[in-house]
Design a protein around this ligand. Structure first.
Ligand code: PXP
Length: 237
């Protein structure tokens, strides 16, 4: 079964626009679970422009599904993860000011750094995932660094899907096969949507998890959150 982890960053962005607590990020996360999400993802950034540290702590005791926290492993982030102890931590290479993650790690150049960081999380009993492109070397070095899983950066798939979906998914299938052969679990995320998700899953049915935020929250404006989550889940059958 492929799990759907809902990234609730956009809900926090909306809340922060007015300074109060509407929409209530914790309530939305719990409703996502009630409507069938298999996990909740947050990406706290140093400037707290969407998810705040307080949200990260508030969610921990209340979630009943898998809690995934993604981010750049600064000292502050590592400290937060070791305190909160989510089910999974996903390491992304983005800088503090970046709008959104726009590439995977260079796992070869960062092998020493990643190995050290992953080791800390492993000792704390937290499953680890490293965000990578479909480049075989990047997947291989994620395994060498000791990651439990890789998360494939799916923006290139999403942007090429409209032209030729078979060609768009091909490198992802190859990377997914490589990850499997190396004993890595497999996640995927970025720009996945109701339009492109089912085809991705059909081609890589052994995916462990997809992490989806932007498109899902946008769809919820039209369909409502409950129907939206059910539709995303239907893409993963
Ligand atoms: N995975 C990672 C590592 C991300 O940084 C993001 C965006 O925060 C996502 C998945 C979700 O991407 P999207 O919001 O496009 O669904």
């Amino acid at each position: 079964m492929t799990k759907l982890s809902v990234n609730i960053n956009k809900v926090a962005t909306l809340r922060n626009a007015r300074g109060g607590n509407v929409p209530d990020v914790v309530k939305v996360a719990l409703d996502c679970e009630r409507f069938g999400a298999d996990g909740i993802t947050v990406h706290p950034r140093p400037d707290e422009r969407h998810i705040r540290k307080k949200d990260v702590y508030d969610l921990r005791p209340l979630l009943s599904t898998e809690y995934n926290i993604e981010g750049y492993p600064s000292d502050d982030f590592i400290d937060l993860i070791l305190k909160v102890k989510p089910h999974q931590v996903t390491l992304v290479p983005d800088s503090p000011t970046q709008l959104t993650s726009n590439s995977g790690w260079d796992t070869k150049s960062n092998l020493g750094f990643l190995t050290e960081v992953l080791d800390k999380f492993k000792h704390a009993g937290i499953r680890t995932s490293v965000f990578v492109s479909t480049d075989a070397v990047m997947v291989e070095y994620a395994a060498k660094a000791g990651a439990d899983r890789v998360e494939l950066y799916t923006e290139p798939y999403a942007s090429a899907y409209g032209n030729d979906k078979v060609a768009a998914v091909a490198p992802f299938v190859e990377a997914a096969k490589l990850a499997r052969s190396l004993g890595l679990g497999l996640n995927a995320g970025h720009d996945l949507s109701l339009e492109n998700l089912a085809f991705f899953h059909k081609n890589i049915p052994w995916l462990d998890e997809v992490s989806i935020g932007h498109a899902l929250i946008c769809d919820a404006l039209y369909l409502g959150l409950e129907k939206t989550i059910k539709e995303y889940k239907n893409c993963l059958i």
